[in-house]
Design a protein. Structure first.
Ligand code: URA
Length: 435
């Protein structure tokens, strides 16, 4: 095959065969195809798009460029996983994985790190002393066998083609292209071998996709890839206009996770855990309907089964499970500042992106992948959209280990807020379900 001809075909709006796509991905991963030809191909895809078969072939080729697991038939019950496109305060995976595993459904979860204003599941887990997110394939399978759920990070051996292509997309203005995004996400997610998948596509101010139409296109694209790959999937479009829950920042979000696993915590977080968990139990064949699944998950959160499973996972991955009790053990910051409301009124807006950036400014996030994060830093919200507040009342608490970070983060946080008269229109938490 001649790369020039394949680029020419795509540039002119043609359809590439799975073999042609595999040839391009394989040659690029091995170093045979230069950056300039892959850049031209990516730009051609940006303008001409890809159909379902092409996108599925791209995903499969990227996944096959590295290690992957095939868990089909390994367990008596079908495995299930969840993927979120990311947001601010989105810690749903943490209580969800053990809640689902408490019913004997294996949850092999491959997660990511935070970048920019969004947080990452791995960073949150690593705020638990000793917790290891880098497990070998054998260790990962061992934890899955013994506990039923394991959460690990992507290694260099998982979808190396995506790593190389993403770096190129980053500098060639081809990141915001739905087929490329869908293939990139799923080449990594499907490598951990889940047989079924719940997709949480966030929409709104703090989401990767800020417009509903784009979020829907991404959801449809990912569902198509899952279908072609023989994995049953359901996609939810959920709100990310304001942060999810009250905690934003790594150790703070672990504490909120433990609250949720204790049958308490914020209602929006609990709702997503119950709804996604219910769907995962149905997809795995554990319950007849998602409604039965939701009841089961709600019960496991209330009666301690999900929390016990979380403790088992933490211990199996080397973490100090004592943090799950009320005895502390999570990193704490030196400084805590209560931010007071400048006026009386009702919270009209709490822009998720600005809250995420404020948390990053406190030390909780990174602007470059090599940055070191402060696990104790972050924001605990006391008020959210629709809440009444009096002048001088606390709106939020800022946590930092470096006092000089507090004033700029406070400014940024206050910039996220709009306080006014009247009750704002209530936004839905779950906008749409697609199958
Ligand atoms: N996340 C990914 O993993 N890949 C993309 O292309 C965009 C978001």
């Amino acid at each position: 095959m001649i790369p020039y001809e394949l680029i020419f075909k795509k540039r002119n709006g043609g359809r590439l065969t799975p073999d042609e796509i595999r040839f391009l991905v394989d040659s690029y991963t091995r170093g045979g195809l230069p950056d300039y030809q892959m850049s031209a191909f990516l730009m051609a895809v940006y303008f001409r798009g890809m159909d379902k078969t092409e996108t599925a072939a791209l995903t499969q080729s990227m996944m096959d460029s590295g290690e992957s697991l095939d868990l089909r038939g390994r367990f008596k019950v079908r495995t299930a996983d969840k993927h979120s496109t990311g947001g601010v305060g989105d810690k749903v995976s943490l209580p969800l994985a053990p809640a689902v595993a408490a019913f004997g459904v294996p949850v092999p979860m491959m997660s990511g790190r935070g970048l920019g204003h969004t947080g990452g599941t791995l960073d949150k887990l690593e705020s638990i002393p000793g917790f290891r997110t880098r497990l070998t394939k054998e260790e990962f399978l061992g934890v899955l066998d013994r506990v039923g759920c394991a959460i690990i990070g992507q290694t260099d051996r998982i979808a190396p083609a995506d790593k190389k292509m993403y770096s190129l997309r980053d500098v060639t203005a081809t990141v915001d292209c739905i087929p490329l995004i869908a293939a990139s996400i799923l080449s990594k997610k499907l490598a951990a071998g889940p047989e079924s998948l719940v997709l949480d596509v966030k929409t709104g101010d703090g989401a990767f996709m800020r417009e509903m139409a784009d979020s829907k296109r991404l959801a449809v694209e990912m569902l198509g890839i899952c279908r072609e790959a023989g994995r049953e999937a359901v996609a939810f479009i959920t709100d990310m206009d304001q942060p999810l829950g009250l905690a934003v920042g790594n150790a703070l979000e672990i504490r909120e996770t433990i609250d949720c696993l204790s049958g308490a915590g914020p209602a929006d977080l609990r709702e997503l855990v119950v709804v996604f968990g219910g769907e995962m139990l149905r997809l795995a064949g554990k319950t007849k309907s998602a409604a039965d699944g939701r009841k089961a998950i709600a019960a496991a959160l209330s009666d301690g089964r999900a929390k016990r499973k979380f403790a088992e996972m933490v211990e199996a991955q080397g973490g100090d499970a004592r943090v799950i009790g009320q005895s502390g053990g999570l990193p704490a910051s030196k400084y805590v500042e209560a931010v007071k409301s400048p006026r009386t009124g009702t919270i009209q807006k709490l822009a998720a992106r600005d809250v995420g950036v404020a948390s990053l400014m406190l030390g909780a996030g990174r602007t470059r992948s090599e940055d070191v994060i402060d696990p104790a830093a972050g924001i605990l919200l006391a008020k959210k959209v629709g809440d009444r507040v009096k002048k001088g009342e606390t709106l939020a608490y800022l946590y930092a280990n470096d006092a000089s970070r507090l004033p700029p983060a406070r400014e940024r946080y206050l910039g996220a807020l709009k306080i006014g008269a009247g009750q704002p229109k209530k936004r839905k938490l779950i906008w749409q379900i697609l199958k």
